[in-house]
Design a protein around this ligand. Structure first.
Ligand SMILES: NC(=O)c1ccc[n+]([C@@H]2O[C@H](COP(=O)([O-])OP(=O)(O)OC[C@H]3O[C@@H](n4cnc5c(N)ncnc54)[C@H](OP(=O)(O)O)[C@@H]3O)[C@@H](O)[C@H]2O)c1
Length: 289
C-alpha cells in the first residue's frame, strides 16, 4: 500500500531532501527516471529545502505535480513534520495539525499518503501525540502514520495510545551506521509489522568514491565484495540494507541520473551471509563474538 518493501520483492524509495525549491528542471528529470524505474514511494519533509528554505522541497514537489501530474500517478507521497526551526522539535497537537495543513497546501494535494513525526519531541506526551495523529487520519487528510528517528521505547509508548497503526519507521541505517541492528528498532519493526525505510543509505555520500576518510576501510570492504560479485561498492552498500529480513527500503538521495542507475543495480545482487557480516564487522571495527 505504501510502496515500501514487501518480503517477496525489493524496493527503493526516493527522497527530495537535497533539492532547493528552484531546482524544478533537475528534480523533474530525476523524478521521471525514478518513476520509469518503478520507484513509487517519494519522501520529503516540511523542513526540507536547504538552509532557510523551510517548505521549499514540498513546494518544489507541488510545482512539479502541477506541471507534470503523470509523474505522481500511483505514487505514494510521504512527508514529515515536527522539526520546528528554533525549537527544535514540536509535536504538540496545535503545531502538528497546522503543519499538516501547511504541507497539504504546499504539495497541492488533498491527502498525504504517509505523514511522519520527523523526530521525537520529549515535551509531548505520547497520549497527546496519538490523539493528534489519529485525528489527522480520521479527518481524511492523512492516509497512514509514520515515525522517524524514534527509539523502540518511544514507539512502544506511542503505540500504547494509537488507534491507527504505526505503519513505517524511518531511521538512519547504512553500512556506515549499523546501530539499528543492535538498538532494538529493527527487531521491534518485525515484532509489530512496521515497515522500515532507511535514510541516508549511502551515509549521505560518504560511502561513495569521494567519501569520507573515516570510512576508507569500509569502502575497501565494499569494493572487495563488489569485485567478487561483479557489482559496484555502492550496489553492495545498498544490497546490504535490502538483505535484512525486516525488510528495509533504502531511500535513495542522489540527484545524479547515472548514480541513480548505479544504485538500482543493487536489485540484482544478493549478498552471502559471510559478506553481509563482513560489512557489519568492518562498520563496527570488531569481529562478531
Ligand atoms: N528522517 C530523517 O531524519 C532523514 C534524514 C536524512 C535524510 N532523509 C531522507 O533520506 C533521503 C536520502 O538521504 P541522503 O540524500 O542522505 O541519501 P544517500 O544516498 O546516503 O546520499 C546521497 C548523497 O550522496 C551523494 N553521493 C556521492 N556519491 C554517490 C554515489 N556513488 N551514489 C549515490 N550518491 C552519491 C549524492 O550526491 P549527488 O546528488 O551529487 O549524486 C547525494 O548528495 C533524503 O532525501 C530524505 O528523504 C531522512
Amino acid at each position: 500500500m505504501l510502496a515500501l518493501s514487501e518480503t517477496e520483492k525489493r524496493r527503493f524509495a526516493y527522497g527530495f531532501w537535497r533539492y532547493r525549491e528552484n531546482e524544478i528542471a533537475a528534480a523533474t528529470e530525476m523524478l521521471s527516471l525514478v518513476r520509469e524505474n518503478g520507484i513509487d514511494h517519494l519522501d520529503t519533509a516540511d523542513v526540507y529545502g536547504g538552509p532557510g528554505g523551510f517548505g521549499g522541497s514540498e513546494r518544489l514537489m507541488g510545482a512539479i505535480r502541477a506541471r507534470a501530474p503523470e509523474l505522481f500517478k500511483g505514487a505514494v507521497i510521504a512527508t514529515k513534520a515536527g522539526v520546528e526551526p528554533g525549537s527544535p522539535y514540536n509535536s504538540s497537537a496545535a503545531y502538528l495539525t497546522a503543519a499538516c495543513e501547511a504541507s497539504l497546501l504546499r504539495l497541492q494535494i488533498d491527502k498525504i499518503d504517509l505523514f511522519y513525526v520527523h523526530r521525537p519531541d520529549f515535551l509531548t506526551h505520547p497520549a497527546e501525540l496519538a490523539e493528534t495523529l489519529d485525528g489527522l487520519v480520521a479527518s481524511g487528510k492523512v492516509g497512514a502514520i509514520g515515525v522517524s528517528n524514534f527509539t523502540a521505547g518511544q514507539i512502544a509508548a506511542l503505540a500504547r495510545y494509537m488507534k491507527a497503526p504505526i505503519a513505517v519507521h524511518q531511521l538512519e541505517f547504512s553500512a556506515a551506521h549499523a546501530d539499528p541492528l543492535f538498538d532494538g528498532t529493527l527487531d521491534q519493526a518485525m515484532e509489530r509489522a512496521i515497515a522500515v525505510a532507511a535514510w541516508s543509505p549511502l551515509a549521505g555520500g560518504r560511502l561513495g568514491e569521494t567519501g569520507a576518510p573515516e570510512f576508507s576501510q569500509l569502502r575497501e570492504t565494499l569494493c572487495q565484495i563488489g569485485a567478487r560479485n561483479g557489482a559496484s561498492p555502492i550496489a553492495v552498500a545498498l544490497a546490504f540494507l535490502q538483505r535484512h529480513p525486516a525488510p528495509v527500503t533504502p531511500i535513495l538521495g542522489t540527484t545524479t541520473p547515472n548514480r541513480l542507475r548505479e544504485c538500482l543495480t543493487a536489485n540484482a545482487l544478493s549478498l552471502s551471509r559471510t559478506d553481509w557480516y563482513a560489512i557489519v564487522e568492518t562498520c563496527r571495527g570488531r569481529k562478531m563474538p
